[in-house]
Design a protein around this ligand. Sequence first.
Ligand SMILES: [Zn+2]
Length: 117
Amino acid sequence: MNCPKCNSSSHKKNGIVGGRQRYKCSACGYNYTVELKSTAFSASVKRQALQLYLEELGFRSIGRFLGVSHVSVQKWIKKFGQGLEDLKSENEISIVEMDEMHTYIGNKKILLDLDCC
Ligand SMILES: [Zn+2]
């Protein structure tokens, strides 16, 4: 994050305003904050979306399950296709999470089968 006024990358932390980190430019003394993307979903939600996708759930089902729009899910899956390297680097952290998801989906399928019979 460079200073919006003089474009210097040299800054100091200068408190937090409205939940956002404020910086003070060391070059010109201008105070600026870093924008937080409030609409951004966490990496773990996106990983869950991908996992559900790999379990052959549709975009709409994934969206309902995770409480996001199916359009977002579609975008994430596309992005995952382009940036699988990023996902690999996080695999160690998400192993437990994915196992739980497998269990959930397994139970769901069993229940659905019982309904059929
Ligand atoms: Zn500056």
